[in-house]
Design a protein around this ligand. Sequence first.
Ligand code: 13P
Ligand code: SF4
Length: 315
Amino acid sequence: MSNSLREEILELKKKNNILILAHYYEDGEIQELADHVGDSYFLAEKGLQSNSPNILLAGVVFMGESVKILSPDKRVIVPDLKAGCSLVTSSPFQKYKAWKDAHPNSVMMTYINSSAEVKSISDVICTSSNSEKILNSIPKDKTILFGPDKNLGKWLSKKFNRPMEFWEGTCEVHVLFTAKELYQLKAQHPDAVVIAHPECNEDVLEQAEFIGSTSFLLKTVASNPSKKFIVATEDGIFHQMKKERPEAELIQAPTGTHCACNQCPYMKLNTLEKIRNSLATFSPELKLPKDLIEKAQIPLQRMVDITQGKPANWN
Ligand code: 13P
Ligand code: SF4
């Protein structure tokens, strides 16, 4: 990274009073410039707690929307509005609503990787780091509709023996890790600990010793005494893992092809140049209609309350 670009970013950030939040899947040089780096729940909570009137979210658009919904008075800037997510595109509002309408009296538990519209008709939101807590807060006699990530839903359902209906959505990055190649890689490295994000396919998760959110996987690498890990998630997280355990060997889980499939193309749309331009111009700014914010805030705030151990308000 050129020093002048880095200095320019730091100066603009200070001059314009903009807080930078970055997801673990961003490039290391972006993570290094951020005020806070974390998983999707951590970023939403930081946005909510921050006193800064301006927040630049270096991640994908649904993460910026979550900050905006929880803190409507703050100006939320995203460097590239095209930073989508395959889970968002696989859950169009009208179809998701029809699914809900077909199941009256059920609880709709929606992953934060979804549009603001989809959130607005959901009963509660979860992230990969709080999904277990959220699920366990739902009364046992309720039918659960879980979407849009079927792999996260299936993993939760199996772990807690809770039947659910699943939406057929997946993360286009995590489903590329393949079970057969992982099995072969494990045979070559019997001393390696396999860790995986729950968005991976079931046959990959079955081979992992530790499964959880990006922050959980980072904590596992930091605290587990093993010197070798096979990591089934997006490669941006390697930056923090290497900082925590410079002596450990981190092996990317295989995808069965030779492409850089372990990179999220949406996260990687963010660049230092775009961040500099956004800090200088306060744009692109994320704007959402007031009534949509008010509706989506209910399940998102419910998620925050449950995660923070407050009683859930289901009314
Ligand atoms: P985390 O909630 O673990 O940060 O995951 C977000 C994400 O988009 C994973 O693909
Ligand atoms: Fe969406 Fe997958 Fe990218 Fe995460 S890694 S933002 S789930 S496409």
